[in-house]
Design a protein around this ligand. Structure first.
Ligand SMILES: Nc1ncnc2c1ncn2[C@@H]1O[C@H](COP(=O)(O)OP(=O)(O)OP(=O)(O)O)[C@@H](O)[C@H]1O
Ligand SMILES: [Mg+2]
Length: 183
């Protein structure tokens, strides 16, 4: 588990939304001096009460057991967030969608590294294909928003090496613009 970063958790939770057949995902990442929170909202198949009840059980999965996935994404996230005094909240309605929100106290000694956030955001934007992905990112009140639909309009084919490079560069610049300390 030591290899995990918060950026890895974000990838995992967005992957859950993709697995749930979402056609639209809104990823919100908010950060200030001591807190790092992310929220993934999808319009996938959702969960009923019984599923929701079991969602933090280690190894609970509704995915095909023949594939690599083991059902630890949410339990790991919960454990990591709570280890800092933070929390994970899940709201879900069968047939409507799911919202997962996690908060970490980054000043806590047990907080995992945030990790390569701009890489994760870029990878998600490039690889989300037919799914609409909107990313709303803020730090200390400075905000940027980007969507893969918007990027596709600008760059046409997001899978070309040229487009991939541009997206990585653009997100890196946007991250820098909100992270830099204001003098
Ligand atoms: N966004 C979602 N929409 C609908 N169901 C979900 C969603 N996220 C999680 N689930 C349900 O919760 C189960 C557990 O999720 P979790 O991420 O812990 O494990 P997993 O995705 O099955 O496997 P792993 O994350 O280890 O690859 C999933 O199998 C799925 O049934
Ligand atoms: Mg998962």
């Amino acid at each position: 588990m030591g290899l995990r970063t918060i950026a890895d958790h974000i990838m995992d939770i967005v992957q859950n939304s993709l697995n749930a057949g979402a056609s639209k995902i809104i990823l919100t990442i908010e950060q200030n001096k001591n807190w790092f929170c992310f929220q993934v909202e999808d319009n996938g198949k959702g969960m009923d009460q019984e599923q929701l009840f079991r969602i933090f059980d280690p190894f609970y999965t509704t995915r095909d057991p023949r594939i690599r996935r083991v059902g630890l994404g949410l339990p790991f996230l919960k454990q990591a967030a709570e280890a800092t005094g933070g929390s994970v909240q899940i709201k879900s309605t069968k047939g409507v969608g799911t919202t997962v929100k996690a908060c970490f106290d980054t000043s806590h000694v047990d907080c995992q590294e945030i990790g390569e956030l701009s890489d994760s955001i870029s990878t998600l934007l490039i690889s989300s294909n037919d799914v609409e992905l909107i990313v709303c990112r803020s730090k200390d009140g400075r905000v940027y928003t980007v969507s893969n639909i918007e990027l596709k309009e600008l760059l046409k084919d997001l899978s070309s090496p040229f487009a991939i490079k541009l997206v990585y560069q653009a997100i890196e610049e946007l991250e820098k613009s909100i992270i830099e300390e204001v003098p």
